[in-house]
Write a protein that binds this ligand. Structure first.
Ligand code: MYA
Ligand code: JJ1
Length: 388
């Protein structure tokens, strides 16, 4: 059933629930001298290219490929529209490898037709801290689908990751392949309900009018928590301590140090927003919330072309109730003119989703590990990892 995935060191469906299989790496590392030194073969019309995301032209080519060919919802009404600034941020974290930003071009025209990326990360699974690659942005041009290009791209990124002596990876997908560590649901909180209904993102509820719906989703003009403010560079040590402490309770979570927090959580205009609560009395940082910006193109609508969406990222509450903290995050997103605030049911998110009027979406997100077996699937709430 899965001609490619059956050949890979990933948990297989037939092994689900076999208690004799140990948790941890499926295959041991091989000596680096045994890693294939040259790239995998592509069909003769195509060639590999390493994409320099610092280069404005290359970044634009990647942006254009993804904008026209990346992930859509099940009814092909919306398509993720990652911005160039976002791609540069997502692909250049501390210690990144340019060689892991892999493109495929048509030899004759040099047109970029496929892409896959990895970035390095330390991810803890139970008490095992593991160097991994986070794999993302796998994309094959619509006209070249179903030609088995994806398996070659996955093997090539695997090879380049192995060359750095890294043997595990984490990734998410909307499709089910062998075998999910956990399956999460997307939830959506309307901020601009009229536009969401106009573009078909949501529907007018039964026995609801437009004006009742607008009233239902109304939010205060400004945040309510005393000491709530934007995160700054000087907050990196405190936020790192807060986040490390919080993430230690989940089965799978990133092992962030101060450099990682500076990169992944320091606010970057139109890419990532982070806020914290600094106690007005003690000046202690007690709570933190963040979201990233990922618009979607609206396919086939007369009036609108882009949906502005915020995605819940990492949130930590120690003093401010999580519900109130996230309500302030919604208020900030509304102030900044986002149309919708999205969240997965990971970490403690279930505790605020319903009360803050999020509704379940029609999309799921499956989380995977490469070359690392988990004995049985986790609950979404045991997962402390958000990939972009
Ligand atoms: S998830 C986002 C994926 N991108 C999209 O959904 C964008 C729109 N779709 C496309 O561009 C294409 O449909 C893609 C497949 C490129 C997805 N993850 O070439 P094919 C398997 C893994 O004929 P195409 C993200 O970016 C499929 O089951 N495998 O198919 C994370 C089949 O294998 P098998 C997938 O449709 C990516 C084979 O590919 C996915 O032309 C993580 C068919 O190939 C998928 N999303 O192209 C990648 N979709 O026969 C894995 C299909 O066995 C990383 N397939 O069922 C693994 C870790 C690597 C590093 C390891 C380091 C140690
Ligand atoms: O955005 C998604 N669904 C929306 C739009 C559905 C349009 C028709 N298919 C949705 N809207 C309902 C919102 C409503 C608001 C008021 C309260 C009730 C709910 O459900 C979905 C997620 O739900 N998104 C997708 O399907 C996009 C792909 C998701 C898989 C992503 C794979 C990512 C790859 C990782 O690297």
């Amino acid at each position: 059933r899965h001609r490619f995935w059956e050949t890979q060191p990933v948990g297989q469906f037939k092994d689900l629930g076999d208690p004799s299989l140990p948790e941890g790496p499926i295959e041991p590392p091989t000596p680096l001298s045994d890693v294939k030194p040259e790239p995998y073969n592509l069909p003769a019309q195509y060639e590999w290219t390493t994409c320099d995301m610092d280069d404005e032209q290359t970044c634009g080519e990647v942006y254009n490929l993804l904008t026209s060919n990346y992930v859509e919802d099940d009814e092909n009404m919306f398509r993720f529209n990652y911005s160039k600034e976002f791609l540069r941020w997502a692909l250049r974290p501390p210690g990144y490898y340019k060689a892991w930003h892999i493109g495929v071009r048509v030899k004759a025209s040099k047109k970029l037709v496929a892409f896959i990326t990895g970035v390095p990360a330390r991810i803890r699974v139970r008490d095992d801290n593991v160097r991994m690659a986070e794999i993302n942005f796998l994309c094959v041009h619509k006209k070249l689908r179903s030609k088995r290009l994806a398996p070659v791209m996955i093997k090539e990124v695997t090879r380049r990751v192995h060359l750095e002596n890294i043997w595990q990876a984490a990734y998410t997908a909307g499709v089910v392949i062998p075998t999910p560590v956990t399956t999460c649901r997307y939830w959506h909180r309307s901020l601009n309900p009229k536009k969401l209904i106009d573009v078909g993102f949501s529907r007018l509820g039964a026995r609801m009018t437009m004006s009742r719906t607008i009233r239902l989703y109304k939010l205060p003009e400004s945040t309510v928590t005393p000491g709530f403010r934007k995160m700054e560079l000087r907050d990196v040590p405190a936020v790192t301590r807060l986040l490390r402490q919080y993430l230690s309770q989940f089965v799978v979570a990133p092992d962030f140090d101060e450099n990682d927090v500076e990169h992944w959580l320091l606010p970057l205009e139109n890419v990532v927003d982070s806020y914290l609560v600094e106690s007005p009395e003690t000046h202690e940082v007690t709570d933190f919330c963040s979201f990233y910006t990922l618009p979607s193109s609206i396919l086939n609508n007369q009036n609108y072309s882009v949906l502005k969406a915020a995605y819940s990222y990492y949130n930590v509450s120690t003093k401010t109730p999580l519900l109130q903290l996230m309500n302030d995050a919604l208020i900030m997103a509304k102030q900044k003119d986002y149309d919708v605030f999205n969240a997965l049911d990971v970490m403690h998110n279930e505790s605020f989703l319903k009360e803050l009027k999020f509704g379940p979406g029609d999309g799921q997100l499956h989380y995977y590990l490469y070359n690392y077996r988990i004995r049985s699937a986790l609950k979404a709430s045991e997962l402390g990892l958000v990939l972009l």
